[in-house]
Write a protein that binds this ligand. Structure first.
Ligand SMILES: Cc1cc2nc3c(=O)[nH]c(=O)nc-3n(C[C@H](O)[C@H](O)[C@H](O)COP(=O)(O)O)c2cc1C
Length: 279
């Protein structure tokens, strides 16, 4: 049992790291599991050390313990360790070097193909298959499962980073991984031991007043809350990254121009080709 970064942090310290001293919420109960969740940070540099035997299977057992819509289990995962496949996925994911470095790359698949095969074997047409709802169920299932694997990995002293850029060229990813129709790689996940000096501080989040509402949505102080968070994120990025950016600047950079989607604006067409009509 290695509840890693977590158990060393007191509740007050963990909340201060997550929100900044001035925005600590009035949190009540506390334990090591919550401390572990609050200590999460993405890591973008890995040692090449292999994972201890059985780690993959343990992470997947954690993933399969997530809730799954109607127990349909509409997700799969491809464990990618082949250096050539990792290199190609890295290349099409904006050359993110950590994909090649990490000993284990997990490609999380929204997968209705197994259910589709079940229908075919039983001679039953599954009428819900072509609907957007069915894709959404599968994508949500995959995300919930992956996050359980992330928490399990972090509890073992491993680090992770999600790779949404795996959707830059979903059709090529489907070819690389040999996916059938009705299966789409929704994101990747690097898993491994953090290289020395790469682990950032815990990245502050928006204050709870900006995202937690009681009974009715909204907070008229949103602009003020954003300004305060911008200052925190600018300081965080100055300490941890090459640039000093506010959150506002990052959001505009990521959402202001279609070019920032790196090909993902064509996802609807790709999904149609992969067997998701999205009716
Ligand atoms: C679905 C998803 C896709 C992501 N894709 C990438 C990615 O392609 N590359 C990357 O470096 N980080 C990626 N991230 C990590 C986020 O940038 C990171 O979670 C966010 O900046 C908050 O930082 P933290 O995880 O350290 O708290 C992704 C996160 C999620 C949830």
């Amino acid at each position: 049992m290695d509840i890693s970064h977590a158990s060393s942090l007191s509740k007050a310290d963990a909340l201060a790291l997550r929100y900044g001293e001035d925005s600590i919420p009035a949190a009540g109960p506390w334990n090591d599991a919550i401390a572990l969740l609050l200590s999460h940070r993405s890591v973008r540099g890995y040692r090449s050390d292999a994972l201890p035997e059985g780690t993959l299977e343990t992470l997947i057992a954690a993933a399969q313990s997530a809730a799954t819509s109607s127990n349909l289990q509409t997700w799969s995962v491809v464990a990618v360790t082949d250096p050539a496949k990792k290199a190609e996925i890295a290349k099409l994911s904006n050359n993110q070097k950590h994909i090649e470095q990490c000993p284990l790359f997990l490609a999380w698949i929204a997968d209705v193909s197994r259910n589709e095969r079940l229908g075919a074997e039983e001679g039953v047409e599954l009428e819900v298959m072509p609907y957007l709802e069915t894709f959404l169920v599968a994508a949500i299932d995959a995300a919930l499962a992956a996050q359980c694997a992330v928490t399990a990995a972090e509890s073992l002293g491993l680090s992770t980073v999600y790779i949404g850029a795996m959707r830059n060229n979903s059709l090529r990813v489907a070819e690389i991984l040999g996916l059938p129709q009705g299966a789409m790689g929704v994101f990747g996940l690097c898993v491994g031991y953090a290289a020395p000096g790469v682990a950032n501080e815990v990245k502050p989040r928006l204050p709870q007043e900006a995202i937690l509402f009681h009974n009715t949505y909204g907070n008229p102080d949103e602009p003020k809350l954003r300004a305060a968070y911008d200052a925190k994120m600018a300081a965080f990025s100055a300490r941890n990254e090459m640039t000093q950016d506010t959150w506002t600047k990052r959001v505009i950079g990521r959402m202001g121009k279609i070019a920032a989607l790196s090909g993902r604006h064509l996802l609807t067409d790709a999904l149609h080709a992969m067997g998701f009509p999205l009716k």
